[in-house]
Design a binder for this molecule. Sequence first.
Ligand SMILES: [Zn+2]
Length: 249
Amino acid sequence: MNRTALALAGLAMLHVGPAATWLPAVRRLLPGLAGVGAADHVALTFDDGPDPRSTPRFLDELERLGCRGTFFVLGEMLERHPELGLRIVARGHEIAVHGWGHDNALITRPGRMAAEMSRAAELVTAVTGAGPAWYRPPYGVLSAEILIAARGLGLRPVLWTAWGRDWTRSASPASVLDTMAPGLRGGATLLLHDSDCTSAPGSWRSGLGALPELVDRCRSAGLRIGPLRDHGVLPGRPAPREVYETTAV
Ligand SMILES: [Zn+2]
């Protein structure tokens, strides 16, 4: 396969979903970056919103379950629906930065990811009145530029330890639960999506449908489930050593 074909294959793979094959290495070497937290807590996180078609459904379900989470929002979505951002915070959840658009750091021009991260963080602050603490890049792709920009903004990069592949066309509540089951343990950071704006239409319903059982399984196992702020992974700047090690993974 020549270089162009390889690049195209890589792009095609990236569009399948947040496929970060190096995550196991990150979890082993940098548990804080992967989102590993306190042994008696599970962090619940949602990406890609806020979306008027789906986010309110998640907020109502989480309210019913008496559970809070962290919403990694896109600036372009929050700009269109600031009232949803306010509602997320008013319901006791945490808002974090996922980017402005949903670009992949591997294929954007230098400087763009940093500028978009800064713009999104400013918007979150303007809408909610509080600065965000966390950043999760689209597709989980980290770069030196992203890590340095996040550090400058006081955002702590955090990925995830378990996902439910809820973004796929064939996902169902049962498939999400099955996919997540092996990673459902104390200290886990769970990745779900409260919007289908970057994935298969209607796929958010699979994550929403999995929530009651997900919360029940955690609580039955004696685990607390909630936002990253309660997860025991302290917000703030990553240590320089962490940055350098990350770029080498
Ligand atoms: Zn995303």
